[in-house]
Structure formats: C-alpha cells, structure tokens
Design a protein around this ligand. Structure first.
Ligand SMILES: C[S@@+](CC[C@H](N)C(=O)[O-])C[C@H]1O[C@@H](n2cnc3c(N)ncnc32)[C@H](O)[C@@H]1O
Length: 202
C-alpha cells in the first residue's frame, strides 16, 4: 500500500498524489452498465457535465456516441490521466473546480460517479446546491450513489457513505427521484452499497 502525505480530499493535491502513485481503488476501468442502458432510453443526446471525472471513461464513451459532454476534475494529475485513458476524446476533459465551474451552455444532464462520496459530509449541501444551480428545471442528475443505512455506518472515507434518508432530505428541495435500482457491475469498494438513481430538477 502506498504511503501518502496528503489526507484532505478537499485539496487537489490529495488526488494528484493518488493518481501519480497509481492508487485508484475507485477506478472501474470501463463504462458502468447502468449509464450505458440509461443513455439508450433517452430520445436525444443531452448536454452533459461529469464533475470529478477521474479517468473519464464515461466522457470518452459519450463523446464517441456524439454527445456534447464536458468532464471536469480539479486535480491536474487526474486530467492528465483521463486524457491518456481516453485518447482522441481527451479534449472533452478540462481542469476545473466543480464548485466554481460555469458551463458555456445550459446542461441537460449531470452524471455522478464517486464524486459526491469522495468528499466529506460538510461539503454535501454545497455540492447539492451546485447541482441544482447548474441544472435548469426538468434537467437530470443521474448516476451512482453510495449508501449505508446501518446505525453504525462508518464516518470514515473516502469513500464516505450517506444514509439514504439523509440524501433524500438534502435533495428534496431541488430534485424529484425518477428512478432507482441496484447496480449490476459494482467494483469491490462499492459493492452492495451503491445504487443507480436518476433525479429530475424541479
Ligand atoms: C474518487 S475519484 C472518482 C473519479 C471518477 N468519477 C470515477 O468514477 O472514477 C474523485 C474525483 O473527484 C475529483 N474532485 C474532488 N473534488 C473536486 C472538485 N471540487 N472539483 C472537481 N473535481 C473534484 C478528484 O480529483 C477525483 O478525481
């Protein structure tokens, strides 16, 4: 196991160090099944943002399918890694902080995987209100959310779990839940605790 000098996931250096040491236990290495199925159900491509994209496989996949997609990450090492991972689609990945990034065009979809759970609980209201600010009424937030409803759920992370009722409460002022299901192809770090969910901006 690699030795790390940074301990605060709110700092890009935390993630730089892990990408540089090739320590990425969250990295799936491919495009998750529910996203692929979900895109097939939509009548047309949506202008999509992927916050905290890491290696950005989904950005490459959507770009290849002709979707307008921008993937952002505030870690320069993550951006370099994504650009190497997705090759010719690398121009869809840019270095930016989700909390301040302003998309050039109105969004139809924000895709979530392992970004919300990468950050400590104190940041959750800011992330949810930023999702809400970036999505016009009717637009979608879809992806993977990491839950633990046990009374003794760990407070340690990343990844940080959230109680499913607490997540619904955070989301309810801004979003309605349209879809929820178990995940068929979780990697070990998320297995049994992640759910695919689609939320619509109110
Ligand atoms: C656990 S990784 C997940 C990466 C990717 N979504 C995946 O599924 O493999 C979390 C990522 O979020 C990025 N990140 C954390 N805070 C961020 C912020 N405020 N703005 C942009 N990216 C951020 C990190 O640099 C890291 O690449």
């Amino acid at each position: 196991m690699a030795d790390f000098s940074t301990r605060d996931p709110r700092n890009p250096a935390f993630w730089d160090e892990r990408f540089e040491k090739n320590f990425m236990p969250w990295d799936k290495g491919n495009v998750p099944a529910e996203l692929q199925a979900f895109m097939q159900t939509l009548p047309q491509p949506l202008n999509t943002l992927i916050p905290g994209c890491g290696n950005g496989y989904e950005a490459g996949f959507l770009a290849q399918a002709g979707w307008p997609v921008v993937a952002i990450d505030f870690s320069p090492a993550a951006v370099r890694s994504a650009q190497a991972a997705i090759g010719e689609w690398g121009s869809h990945v840019i270095e930016a902080d989700f909390l301040t990034y302003a998309p050039p065009q109105a969004l139809g979809l924000i895709y979530e995987r392992a970004f919300f759970c990468a950050l400590p609980a104190a940041m959750r209201p800011d992330i949810v209100s930023r999702w809400a600010a970036l999505l016009p009424a009717g637009a979608l937030l879809a992806g993977y959310f990491f839950f633990d409803d046990a009374p003794d759920a760990s407070l340690k992370g990343p990844p940080f779990t959230i109680h499913s009722a607490a997540f619904r409460e955070l989301m309810s002022p801004y979003f309605a839940l349209l879809e929820e299901r178990a995940v068929s192809d979780s990697i070990p770090v998320f297995a049994g605790k992640e759910r695919w969910q689609v939320w619509q901006r109110l």
